[in-house]
Design a protein around this ligand. Structure first.
Ligand SMILES: Cc1ncc(COP(=O)(O)O)c(C=O)c1O
Length: 392
């Protein structure tokens, strides 16, 4: 390959994500895929009908760069309805091609060479890639997994305090948390908030699983004293409405930060698909029953998967949030998540994700495997049936 074909230095070390590799193995061996966090079922009819109606009504040209006013108003109403947060749709809300673009835009907008961001590890892999592509450094604070079970991930406030330097621009909190399923408690968030205020750093709060909390409560950090003015909240309609392929995400942030985010967004995608924005304005105004039924269905899927994994012999505790569970493979005689997940599709016919790729220090996640339960009951049941070959 000549120099003309060489990728830019900012991609060095990013490689191909482990998700792509596992998905390829899953399709090659016809495995039941509990790796990827995409529902195996479709989103609700009323939202799909709203998108079709928007297309038929001729809403097919570029949307305004910050997002369709109607959608931004629906997002503001959602923040008020669920969290009592007053957010101005004109100056504080922006719509993107998924939370993924929101993350990319915020790294581009806020950090550069010489800057640092603090993440809790394990972390969703696009955080470190976004930091890297913007030229910033990542500092990680460990969410320590208890010895055997995958619940109760805890951080040490002193470690967070020590990770923040004069170069730190923001601390990124993800609650409910992918991949651990942890829901940060109000007390933990108050601790993080106090540390961030004291060091005068921003908080980025990734809340894409906000409606998937089975135990405890979802506390947006922006609702805590003194935090609204220093928090960028990211969310996505993809998970909540089981339409991940539509990629409608958004941020809520104080006006000066929103102006910076829009400065990046205007040159990344400029705007997201217009008919889907119309439909998500309808979705976000769904009655309470929608959100309650959604959570109840996920609770059943979570219990089905966790009970099944425990019966197979994994070390497992039901996660408090998200649609992921981290299972300990050591009771089954395995110690390396990557070799386990490479073996699984061909030998057992199931796909799962090795979480060491969510760590800056991969050895901390070697004994864990991430399973997704955004799948129909018969898919989960079939996966468990196959997984029994591990212990049999
Ligand atoms: C924690 C977290 N943030 C962001 C995203 C990306 O969301 P979107 O599909 O809206 O880009 C995901 C998707 O898996 C996620 O798990």
């Amino acid at each position: 390959m000549t120099a003309a074909f060489r990728p830019a230095a900012r991609l060095a070390g990013l490689g191909t994500s482990v998700f792509a590799e596992i998905n390829q193995l899953a399709s090659r061996f016809g495995a039941v895929n509990l790796g990827q966090g995409a529902p195996s079922f479709d989103g609700p009819e009323f939202i799909k009908e709203a998108a079709i109606a928007a297309i038929r009504a001729g809403h097919n040209q570029y949307a305004p760069m910050p997002g369709l006013p109607e959608l931004r108003t629906a997002i503001a109403e959602h923040q008020q309805r669920f969290y009592g947060l007053a957010v101005d749709p004109d100056s504080e809300i922006t719509v993107y091609a998924g939370a993924t673009e929101a993350l990319f835009a915020l790294f581009q907008a806020l950090v550069g060479p010489g800057d640092e961001v603090v993440l809790f590890e394990p972390f969703y892999d696009s955080y470190s890639a976004g930091a890297r592509m913007a030229g910033a450094e990542v500092r990680a604070v460990a969410l320590e997994a208890p010895a055997r079970h995958a619940d109760g991930f805890q951080f040490d406030p002193a470690a967070l305090d020590a990770a923040i330097s004069p170069r730190t621009r923001f601390v990124l909190v993800n609650t409910p948390h992918n991949p651990s399923g942890k829901v940060f408690s109000r007390d933990e968030l108050l601790t993080i908030a106090e540390i961030c205020r004291r060091h005068d750093v921003l908080v980025v709060s990734d809340e894409v699983y906000e409606h998937l909390v089975f135990a405890g409560e979802h506390v947006p950090i922006a609702t805590l004293p003194g935090m609204r003015e220093r928090t960028i909240t990211i969310s996505s309609t993809g998970k909540t409405f089981s339409l991940t392929g539509w990629k409608i995400g958004y941020t809520c942030a104080p006006a000066p930060l929103t102006a910076a985010l829009r400065g990046a967004h205007q040159f990344i995608t400029f705007c997201q698909a217009t008919p889907f924005q119309h439909a998500m304005a309808v979705a976000l105004r769904a009655p309470d029953a929608y959100f309650e039924d959604y959570l109840a269905a996920y609770r059943r899927r979570r219990d089905l998967l966790c009970d099944g994994l425990a019966a197979v012999g994994f070390g497992v505790a039901a996660p408090a949030g998200t649609y992921f569970v981290l299972a300990d493979i050591r009771p089954l005689g395995w110690t390396d998540d990557v070799s386990f997940c490479r073996m699984l599709p061909e030998t057992i016919g199931v796909a799962a994700i090795p979480p060491s790729s969510f760590y800056l220090h991969p050895e901390k996640g070697r004994h864990l495997v991430r399973f997704a339960f955004c799948k129909e009951a018969d898919v989960i049941t079939e996966a468990i049936r196959r997984l029994h070959q591990l212990s049999g």
